[in-house]
Design a protein around this ligand. Structure first.
Ligand SMILES: Nc1ncnc2c1ncn2[C@@H]1O[C@H](COP(=O)(O)OP(=O)(O)OP(=O)(O)O)[C@@H](O)[C@H]1O
Length: 246
């Protein structure tokens, strides 16, 4: 399947991001952070806890403008941005289907969502309210909402955190299935190396704070070849290239 959406890659060139507290304490979270995510590529930002991954996503989402440097979001196709966070952030007084449809631009309002809901195992849950969903199902609804908008770029911030491993693994597979049907330029934050190796085309490895790129790890194998044996080979090669990183 051809990548869809953007024809310009995601380019990040953040010179510096510093937090200053009211007491005058400064924490430099990012310094000389530069990388690119190519069109239709699924990339993971992998780095130790507190290194600056979420800070980077917040900047790219336009939620934090207080930094020096620049970035270029993908252009072409829809030009829309979608994001999936740890918390599903669904409107509690709307059904699953309404939550998804409310996110759609006018041009897609009447879109047939049967395929997407089926793929994500939500077909029988479209009329449920968020309070009636388990955390795993709520995360699926958040994925449905993100993909339904046909974005040019998708940002994910640890979308499988705090789920039991079986549910997380099921969701990773579901994410790959919907993503493969429409390979969208994607950047996912994680500190789970196995997850990054399973999902990514390439891993952008970040150093301890202040975050900058230590190096790239390309996983050019088709995802259906990433069986347990291949995964342990990938883990070994990763640790050889980046000893002591995660
Ligand atoms: N609003 C803020 N004010 C002050 N410091 C902050 C603020 N937000 C983040 N930081 C600091 O910036 C650094 C990077 O934080 P960030 O949340 O981006 O890390 P992270 O890599 O996403 O961590 P984790 O994997 O644990 O979620 C941390 O030291 C954090 O304490």
């Amino acid at each position: 399947m051809q990548p869809v959406g953007a024809v310009v890659p995601l380019r990040v060139d953040i010179a510096e991001k510093t937090f200053r507290s009211a007491q005058g304490v400064s924490i430099t979270a990012l310094q000389d952070l530069s990388f690119e995510v190519r069109q239709g590529e699924f990339a993971c930002l992998l780095g130790p806890s507190g290194c600056g991954k979420t800070t980077t996503l917040r900047i790219l989402l336009g939620l934090d403008k207080d930094f020096s440097g620049s970035f270029q979001l993908p252009e072409g196709g829809s030009n829309r941005i979608a994001a999936v966070f740890q918390e599903p952030i669904l409107l509690p007084w709307r059904t699953v289907e309404q939550n998804v449809r409310l996110a759609l631009p006018k041009s897609l309002r009447t879109k047939n969502l049967d395929g997407l809901f089926d793929t994500l195992g939500l077909a029988g849950m479209r009329s449920l309210y968020p309070a009636e969903l388990s955390l795993g199902l709520a995360r699926r609804a958040a994925l449905a909402r993100a993909f339904a908008t046909e974005p040019a770029v998708l940002f994910l911030d640890e979308p499988f955190a705090s789920l039991d491993e079986r549910t997380a693994e099921r969701l990773r597979h579901l994410l790959l299935t919907v993503w493969s049907a429409r390979p969208t330029t994607a950047l996912m934050v994680t500190h789970n190396l196995r997850e990054a190796l399973m999902l990514s085309d390439r891993i952008i490895v970040l150093a301890q704070r202040p975050a900058h790129v230590l190096g790239m790890f390309d996983v050019r194998l088709p995802r259906h070849y990433r069986n347990p044996q291949v995964m342990s080979d990938l883990l070994r090669s990763f640790h050889q290239k980046f000893p002591g990183v995660v």
